[in-house]
Write a protein that binds this ligand. Structure first.
Ligand code: C2E
Ligand code: MG
Ligand code: MG
Length: 707
């Protein structure tokens, strides 16, 4: 059946056929009376049948899938029996087995009250269905994705009313999404924040300004259970059907924040005392210095150190030591006012920092600070409980009030350490606030520390020699004394720079230079046949080096010097403190022919036993004992004892620092062997010294030939 009505114009029939093809819609017509079914071309096409293939309702129904077949049968029967029109979407397999979706309609025509025909359309809606399915799949897919995000995704309208929330919202905010829909988003905010929210929104809607749109931001959030937590919120705005919708993506960052704070604590807090640590101190100092520098203000800080703490560790062990540090830190903390911050530096030392810069004109605060220092240093530490008893403990404090413009972080810590060392060097429980003069002294020391090696390179060091005479006033030996005439700082005494060189280790290089100079000099004298021994001062740091002896012997060999012409002066305190290391070196070197003098004897509490077992040739009576001799007839027991002791040990004595005839006479009378001091000769430059020795040699020759 390709035509619908003989009255339709043939061209219009073609047109209808074309529309039918384009819209994938065929027609059908069932004659109830004759029980015949008629299809249009497109219907055959949809069924996949050749045009004019004989067709019956029963046959046509066979093409439907079982479920659809039931539906279509029902619809068709209803039409025939009850005259009901229908329109259904059903599933269908065409003659070639292709699955299709069709929309089929049926309309009933009555003649004389009786149903004479049923006709309808059949539309292939497979593509439409597939699209629908695809769309549904996509939206299901997206929904699944959104629900499985780790972040809550909430959409709100411009009045703040929640439109949707994903599943994760339930987990993060401890609620059901249904409880949120249609509620204002402020239910998810802490009260204080919720109050401001409406203002933010209205401001945004009127001005279009919002700091938060498009950027992630950390804000406080509130679970429906009331618990608050930190969230990271990123907000975007979209427009759907002319309505502004805000999409909020919310991440619970409690764990992240906890981890960051754990890391921060590890980095900036001390785990034992829970006090901020040295790094925190440095950070805070940087901040306060910056502020104070801008306004020309001072800063105050202090370094606190528990007195004799190493003994506690040694006697009771480290864990008791730790608990003492903790208790002490708590006590200090209780004592210092709020605007002072306490930090643990390391081991038993703490920093104290006044949190605000001080006006240089404000002197009154110094008194308060000093009172505080005194209080902190001598707190009634009696109740620091160690094991089962209470230990009295004190602190030493080195502090500093300084114009911020004069220091940086590093220098500040150096000055504090210097000040603390000064306090410790006086004794227990001392507080020292560095004054300008002491600061300058420290600055000079720092300069010296860094200048020694460059000065050595520049040739600023030299050697002076001070002769030591025998009883008949013949120069038997000389002490080599180093001199530093610095271009920048002027003359610097060895008393000032040797201890600094010992501290920073430069003494090893400087000491080697002295040894080399002395060997060179000794070689010179050997060639001139002048028989004099040269004494070299050796620092503790030098002699405890395992290769000290080897290097010294190398120098001696290098200059071809007779080792008997070299004497090493070691102070008594070096000997006492490092006896095991020193003994070994002394024994080896003495075997090679070098001799030893114990410098500053009488000040170092050495025991007789040590002295007996060491290869000592001479004891040098310290000049402070020699100074005691004012009158040659007044006995000075300590001097007598040293000389007697030396005799008992079978070693010689030399007295240093002789400044008067009375001292010389006294020492000679009491049996001292050699004499050194300004009264006889001051230390002199090499040339002058050589001339002195040469002239003595001539006099000796003359007197020998006179005899
Ligand atoms: P020291 O070894 O006890 O040296 C004796 C010091 O007393 C020297 O001071 C000397 O100039 C001084 N002196 C000598 N006679 C008199 C006197 O009659 N009256 C007074 N008031 N002083 C006198 P100097 O040269 O300033 O050396 C000081 C210290 O520096 C030395 O004490 C020594 O410990 C150390 N020193 C000097 N040169 C060297 C060196 O080359 N290496 C090492 N490691 N230390 C050295
Ligand atoms: Mg000496
Ligand atoms: Mg001495």
């Amino acid at each position: 059946m390709s035509t619908l009505s003989p009255s339709v114009h043939p061209e219009c029939q073609d047109l209808l056929a074309e529309i039918s093809r384009m819209s994938n819609t065929g027609g059908w017509f069932y004659d109830v009376v004759h029980n015949t079914l008629h299809w249009t071309e497109e219907t055959y096409h949809i069924y996949g049948l050749e045009i004019d293939t004989p067709i019956t309702p029963k046959k046509a129904i066979e093409f439907y899938t079982p479920a659809s077949k039931a539906i279509i049968e029902q619809c068709f029967n209803n039409a025939l029996q009850e005259g009901k029109n229908y329109e259904v979407d059903v599933e269908f397999n065409d003659a070639s087995g292709n699955f299709k979706w069709v929309r089929t309609t049926g309309k009933v025509v009555r003649k004389n009250g009786k149903i004479s025909h049923v006709y309808g359309a059949i539309e292939d809606i497979t593509k439409e269905r597939q699209l629908l399915l695809q769309e549904r799949n996509t939206s299901q897919y997206l929904e699944k994705v959104i629900n499985n995000l780790n972040d809550a995704v909430i959409t709100v309208d411009e009045t703040g009313v929640i439109i949707s929330a994903n599943k994760t919202t339930e987990r993060i905010f401890k609620c059901k999404t249904d409880d949120l829909i249609d509620k204002n988003v402020t239910v998810l905010m802490p009260k204080a924040h919720a109050k401001l929210h409406a203002k933010y929104i209205s401001n945004y809607l009127t001005t279009g300004n919002a700091k938060i749109i498009g950027v992630g931001r950390e804000l406080p959030a509130r679970k429906l259970t009331g618990e608050e937590f930190p969230m990271e919120l990123s907000l975007t705005e979209i427009n759907i059907q002319n309505k502004r919708i805000f999409i909020g993506i919310i991440r619970d960052i409690s764990e992240k924040k906890a981890a960051i704070s754990r890391i921060y604590n590890l980095a900036y807090y001390d785990s034992l005392t829970q006090l901020p640590n040295r790094r925190s101190f440095e950070n805070d100092v940087t901040g306060i210095l910056k502020k104070a520098k801008l306004t020309g203000l001072d800063i105050y800080c202090a370094l606190l150190d528990i007195d004799c703490f190493s003994e506690i560790n040694l006697i009771y062990g480290q864990s008791v030591g730790d608990s003492v540090i903790k208790k002490v830190s708590e006590k200090i903390q209780e004592t210092v006012p709020m605007n002072f911050r306490l930090y643990r530096n390391m081991a038993d030392s703490f920093f104290l920092l006044y949190q605000t810069p001080l006006s240089p004109l404000d002197e009154s605060i110094n008194r308060r600070i000093k009172r505080l220092e005194k209080k902190v240093s001598s707190l009634a530490w009696k109740d620091v409980e160690i094991d089962t008893h209470h230990q009295a403990m004190t602190l030493s404090i080195g502090s500093l009030r300084i114009p911020a413009a004069e220091v940086d972080n590093e220098k500040l810590i150096q000055l504090l350490e210097f000040s603390s060392n000064q306090a410790k060097s006086i004794g227990l429980n001392q507080c020292i606030m560095l004054d300008k003069q002491t600061r300058q002294q420290h600055e000079r020391q720092t300069l010296i520390r860094y200048s020694m090696l460059p000065a050595l390179e520049k040739g600023e060091f030299s050697i002076m020699l001070q002769p030591q005479y025998s009883v008949d006033l013949q120069p038997k030996a000389s002490e080599a004394l180093i001199r530093w005439n610095s271009e920048a700082l002027g003359f610097i005494s060895p008393d000032e720079f040797i201890s600094l060189a010992e501290e920073n280790g430069d003494i090893l290089i400087i000491g080697d230079w002295v040894i080399n100079e002395v060997c060179k000099l000794a070689a010179d004298l050997q060639n001139d046949n002048i028989d004099v021994r040269i004494a070299i001062n050796i620092s503790a740091k030098q002699i405890v080096q395992p290769d000290f002896g080897t290097l010294l012997l190398e120098r001696i060999q290098q200059w071809n010097v007779n080792p008997a012409r070299i004497m090493l002066e070691i102070t008594e305190s070096t000997l006492v403190k490092n006896i095991d290391l020193v003994r070994k070196q002394m024994l080896e070197l003495s075997e090679k022919g070098l001799s030893f003098s114990i410098d500053d004897f009488g000040t170092g509490y050495s025991s007789l036993r040590y002295l007996k077992e060491l290869p000592i040739n001479e004891l040098k009576i310290d000049r402070y004992f020699v100074e005691e001799i004012n009158d040659e007839n007044v006995e000075i027991p300590i001097v007598n004892t040293i000389i007697e002791m030396a005799k008992a040990l079978g070693v010689e004595t030399v007295a240093e620092g002789i400044e008067t005839q009375a001292q010389l006479t006294y020492l000679k009378r009491h049996g001292c062997n050699y004499f050194q001091g300004f009264y006889l000769n001051k230390p002199m430059p090499i040339e002058q010294w050589k001339t002195l020795l040469q002239s003595t040699k001539k006099t000796q020759k003359h007197s020998q030939s006179d005899k």
